[in-house]
Design a protein around this ligand. Structure first.
Ligand code: NDP
Length: 480
């Protein structure tokens, strides 16, 4: 049995109170690791370690910081297979997705922000020929970084990389469901020569360790990715201390398919945007709107592809859909399928738990499920299901579909499929979300701002936006 320890001040330590949380392999339904159920005492200890490290790290030359980050990326890359396999065991995702997306992008997070750091420039101006103004940027302090279970290492490193590039120190609280790759990362950080205490990892639950981290007075900023309900709690606690907060929250994203699209590409990519990572990506397009003239043609192409997806052993490179994160999450997803039936939905394919044999017989597998005949306003089409379940709705006009897409409490992302240039731009600009993909999905340029509107979050991260978050900017005005 794998037993995790916290990583504080460069040392692996047991939590002060020796309580543990069971961590399950979602494919087998069996406990395979024990996670420390850390408390406020552990958080306090970690924040002190981060605070101490911050003094020196914040003054370390940027080329030194960048070199360490490049080394972290190189070591991660040399252990890519091991990390991908660990993510599969811990999260239930497929080995193909873990390798190509999770671990690949984790490596890139460090490389990108190391490079960014070396090329940063500051603004300067001359005021009326009499005074020289410039911006002095300083790291903000100790950050609390809280991450979810769906893309464990990828989203954690998306926070750690800009944080340490900016010269901040941090205390991280990964999801209790997926702590293993975060634990493995600690040895990589040590091997790469990151000074002790710059990154600290405290494992445990949101209400205990997470809440204590958000409430700690010496933690100046919080970067949180997770559900909207938890995000609201985090925001409430953080605002009591006037902390800087970045919230990346849930989504219920529209995928709009116009009759003038590249049909093959739209269908193939929509299969990915619906069911990749078992539909457990905040950016999945779970509300599909198809123009009525091609509605039936789209169903005839999409449904058989969804039905034929290989659901099963996530360690097999042929597998396309792995296991959901937990039994309770699987039950929630199945509950939404039942609700869809009550709301008058037609289950075009899937609709139930996927029963597998042998070691996987207790795994949390759900068939890719396509539902039609639902009103876009019903609960199944409005609430975030976060599983391999999509609803498909017909629409007539551009104006109608813009209204339908915007009729959501969320505003994270949207996909648009059309080959008409002016329509692409018109629709992209009219949808109230943080990211619009036109004729693609999940492509990410890390220099672009990332975040959501409405209940999908507050703030933007990526490139200069992350640097703004992790630093304070001071204007210095020098007169003769
Ligand atoms: P949760 O909100 O349940 O948890 C996210 C993290 O926050 C976990 O580490 C959790 O701890 C912790 N947490 C929970 N409550 C608190 C609290 N009161 N104070 C401090 N920390 C807390 O989300 P999930 O892990 O279930 O992730 C799925 C959600 O994340 C979906 O809604 C998805 O859309 C969203 N998400 C958003 C993304 C974006 O970029 N916008 C990207 C990826 C996911 P623990 O669970 O260990 O108890």
């Amino acid at each position: 049995m794998l037993v995790l320890q916290n990583f504080i001040g460069g040392e692996f330590l047991d939590a002060k109170v020796a309580n543990f949380i069971d961590s399950y392999n979602p494919s087998t339904g069996k406990v395979y690791a024990k996670i420390p159920d850390s408390t406020e005492d552990d958080i306090n200890f970690a924040v002190e370690a981060a605070h101490k490290a911050f003094t020196k790290w914040s003054k370390t030359h940027r080329s030194v910081r960048a070199n360490i980050m490049y080394r972290i990326a190189d070591i991660l890359e040399s252990r890519q297979k091991e990390f991908a396999e660990a993510e599969v065991r811990d999260q239930g995702k497929t080995i193909t997705f873990a390798t190509n997306i999770d671990i690949n992008r984790s490596i890139y997070n460090f490389r990108y922000f190391a490079g960014y750091l070396l090329h940063m420039e500051e603004k300067a101006s001359i005021l009326d020929g009499r005074a020289f103004n410039y911006v002095k940027r300083t790291p903000s302090g100790v950050a609390g970084l809280i991450s979810p279970w769906n893309l464990p290492l990828y989203l954690l490193t998306w926070k750690i990389a800009p944080c340490i590039a900016a010269g901040c120190a941090c205390v991280c609280k990964p999801s209790e469901f997926t702590s293993v790759t975060a634990f493995m990362l600690c040895s990589v950080l040590k091997e790469a020569g990151l000074p002790d205490g710059v990154v600290n990892m405290v494992f445990g639950t949101g209400p205990n360790a997470g809440q204590a981290l958000v409430a700690h007075p010496k933690v100046r900023l919080i970067s949180f990715t997770g559900g909207t309900v938890s995000g609201l709690k985090v925001n409430t606690t953080a605002s009591m201390h006037l902390k800087k907060v970045s919230l990346e929250l849930g989504g219920k994203n529209a995928n709009i398919i116009f009759e003038d699209c590249d049909f093959e590409n739209a269908v193939t990519t929509s299969i990915k945007s619906s069911f990749s990572n078992q539909g457990e990506i905040c950016l999945c397009g779970s509300r599909i709107f198809v123009q009525s003239s091609i509605y039936q043609k789209f169903l005839d192409a999409f449904v058989p592809k969804a039905r034929d997806m290989i659901v099963g052993d996530p360690t097999d490179p042929q597998t396309e859909v792995g296991a959901l994160i937990s039994k309770s999450h699987m039950e929630k997803v199945l509950g939404y399928i039942e609700l869809a039936k009550q709301e008058g939905g037609v289950i075009e394919c899937g609709g139930g738990r996927k029963e597998l044999k042998g070691e996987l017989c207790d795994g949390y597998f759900v068939e890719p499920t396509v539902i039609t005949n639902l009103k876009p306003s019903c609960r199944v089409a409005q609430e975030e299901i976060f599983g391999p379940v999509v609803t498909i709705h017909p629409f007539e006009t551009e104006e109608e579909v813009i209204n339908l897409a915007n009729d959501s409490p969320y505003g994270l992302s949207c996909s648009v499929w059309s080959q008409n240039g002016s329509r692409m731009r018109r629709v992209a600009e009219a949808i109230d979300v943080g990211t619009v993909w036109v004729n693609c999905w999940l492509w990410r340029d890390l220099s672009m701002p990332f975040g959501g509107t409405k209940k999908s979050g507050v703030g933007r991260e990526g490139g200069e936006y992350s640097m703004e978050f992790y630093t304070e900017q001071k204007t210095v005005c020098l007169a003769d």
